[in-house]
Structures are given as structure tokens and as C-alpha cells.
Design a protein around this ligand. Structure first.
Ligand code: C2E
Ligand code: MG
Ligand code: MG
Ligand code: MG
Length: 274
């Protein structure tokens, strides 16, 4: 019985698999083309010092402006780029673009803050990542103290290698922050050995402040821990003044979210600073 059905099942599954992988290949091809045809661009979201209201940084967030489908969000194509390895060249393009833009803003004279760039683990562990970052800084002329790399807790899976790479990056003078802090695999004993400057409290915990699910207990705990370990603490995904007041009261230094500003296209960033 199983044998009889086996063949059909196999055909069923293999055609389903082929269907999936050809869709993936199609997406991969169009992503390659997107890179060549300038369909990819970076938006920038301000990071604001909560107490003073001063903008102290911007985070670069990639957008894909597809000629047919309109805007495609990074959550839809970054995982694919990671899976196929395309994230390595794509990531270099992103870094170059962000550094070049930040240098241009600084030369214009009124925006002088670090730019934060999201880095996938796959990129970080690529053999020439550190030298690529060094080259991009040289090529664009951006002072390394104005570049911050956002990595996630998934670097902990290969802690030895990650430690070596992060230390080399620190020697270049760039800053390291942990994105989506609290959502991933994280061991505090490892964390403390990594050369980290900043942690970003994930939006899900910042949401808890207004959902009253735990009176923001996790947020408070992360802020205190961050301060004890000498990290700068930033809260992500702030949408309301209730959240801002809570974060201010508990001495969270920096905030980012729609409350302050959505991610903006390049042309609007200068306006925001003015
Ligand atoms: P992330 O790095 O944690 O970025 C924060 C995300 O939250 C962004 O979504 C941002 O637009 C959104 N956001 C910010 N404030 C608010 C808010 O107040 N409310 C809500 N609902 N959302 C807010 P986005 O731009 O769609 O990016 C999603 C994720 O894709 C990023 O999460 C990051 O993991 C990844 N990503 C984005 N750009 C890049 C990139 O250049 N390279 C890599 N490797 N990953 C990227
Ligand atoms: Mg980020
Ligand atoms: Mg995040
Ligand atoms: Mg994320």
C-alpha cells in the first residue's frame, strides 16, 4: 500500500518542491536585477535622545521599490538574500551606500551623527567582512566613529568566531550594537565578553509598556542591566507618549520609533534635522 502510493507521493512532493524552488529562483534573479537596476534604496530612521529630544543617530533600512509590485519590505527579501548568499554582495552595497550618504550629509554641514547599519550573521562571518568594512570606510572617507553595526543575538551561536570578528571591527573604530535585544538566543555571560557598545530593546517589550501585560518589567530590567554593563540603551518601536514618559522615567537614553519619525527617504532627512 505504502509502496503503491509512494511513487505518486514522490511526484507530488517533487513537483511541489520544484514549484517552491523555481519561485525562489525567480525572486533571487529579480533581487540581483534590483541591485543592478537601482531598485534598492536606503531609508533612514532618526534615533533621538529621549531627555533632550536631540537626534543622535540614524538607522539605515533597506527598501525595494519593485517596478510592478511597489515597495517590498526587507522582512520579505532579506531572509531570501541570506539563504542564497546574495546578502554578502548586497550587504556590501548597503554599507557603502550608508557610509557614502553619511559622509555627504556631514560635508553638507548640518548632520553629524553616526549611521547604524543592519548586518546579517551570514555577512559578519564572511571571510573578508572586516577588510570590506575597512575598505568601505577608506573609499567613502567616513570617520569610523560615525559607523555603527547592528547585529543580532544569533552571533552567539558561533561565539568564538564572532568574538574575534567583533574585536577586529572594534579596532577599526566602529561601534557595535545588539538589535532586537531580548528576543534571541542570548547568554549574559557571553554577552559580557563581547565588545558591545549599545543594546536595542526590542519593540515587543516596548509594546508591553502600554499593553500593561507586565508593567514594562522587562524594559526596566533591560535598562538596568544595560547600564550596569556600561552599554548605551536604546528602545525600538516607540509609538506613544506614554512609552516615552515611561522610558524617560527609567533613564533609557535613546529612542527610535514612529513617535519621533518613520524611516525617511534621503531627501526628507535633511528636513527632519532642520
Ligand atoms: P530592525 O533592524 O529591528 O528595524 C526596525 C524595524 O521596525 C524597521 O522595519 C522599522 O521601519 C520598524 N519600525 C521602527 N519604528 C517603528 C514603530 O514605531 N512601529 C512599528 N510598527 N515599526 C517600527 P523594516 O524597515 O521593515 O525592517 C525590518 C527588518 O529588516 C529590520 O529590523 C532588520 O532586521 C531587517 N533589515 C532592514 N534593513 C536591512 C539591511 O539593510 N540589512 C539587513 N541585513 N537587514 C535589514
Ligand atoms: Mg536594526
Ligand atoms: Mg530591531
Ligand atoms: Mg529585526
Amino acid at each position: 500500500m505504502a509502496k503503491e502510493r509512494g511513487k505518486n507521493n514522490f511526484q507530488f512532493y517533487s513537483s511541489k518542491l520544484n514549484g517552491l524552488s523555481s519561485r525562489k529562483m525567480e525572486l533571487e534573479n529579480s533581487l540581483r536585477k534590483a541591485l543592478e537596476q537601482n531598485q534598492l534604496l536606503l531609508y533612514y530612521q532618526p534615533q533621538v535622545e529621549i531627555a533632550s529630544g536631540k537626534t543622535v543617530g540614524v538607522e539605515a533600512l533597506i527598501r525595494w521599490k519593485h517596478p510592478e509590485y511597489g515597495f517590498i519590505t526587507p522582512n520579505e527579501f532579506i531572509p531570501l538574500a541570506e539563504e542564497t548568499g546574495l546578502i554578502v554582495p548586497l550587504g556590501k552595497w548597503i554599507l557603502h551606500q550608508a557610509c557614502e550618504q553619511n559622509k555627504a550629509w556631514q560635508d553638507e554641514g548640518f548632520i553629524k551623527v553616526p549611521v547604524a547599519v543592519n548586518i546579517s550573521v551570514r555577512q559578519l562571518q564572511d571571510d573578508d567582512f572586516v577588510s570590506a568594512v575597512g575598505n568601505i570606510l577608506k573609499e567613502t572617507g567616513l570617520d569610523s566613529k560615525y559607523l555603527e553595526l547592528e547585529i543580532t543575538e544569533s552571533v552567539m551561536y558561533n561565539i568564538e568566531r564572532s568574538t574575534v570578528i567583533l574585536n577586529e571591527l572594534k579596532k577599526l573604530g566602529v561601534k557595535i550594537s545588539i538589535d532586537d535585544f531580548g528576543t534571541g538566543y542570548s547568554s549574559l555571560s557571553y554577552l559580557k565578553h563581547l565588545p558591545i557598545d549599545k543594546i536595542k530593546i526590542d519593540k515587543s517589550f516596548v509594546d508591553d509598556i502600554i499593553n500593561h501585560s507586565n508593567q514594562g518589567a522587562i524594559v526596566k530590567t533591560i535598562i538596568d542591566m544595560g547600564h550596569n554593563l556600561n552599554y548605551t540603551v536604546i528602545a525600538e518601536g516607540i509609538e506613544t507618549d506614554v512609552q516615552v514618559n515611561f522610558l524617560k522615567k527609567h533613564s533609557c537614553r535613546i529612542g527610535q520609533g514612529y513617535f519621533y519619525s518613520r524611516p525617511l527617504p534621503v531627501e526628507e532627512v535633511s528636513e527632519f534635522f532642520k
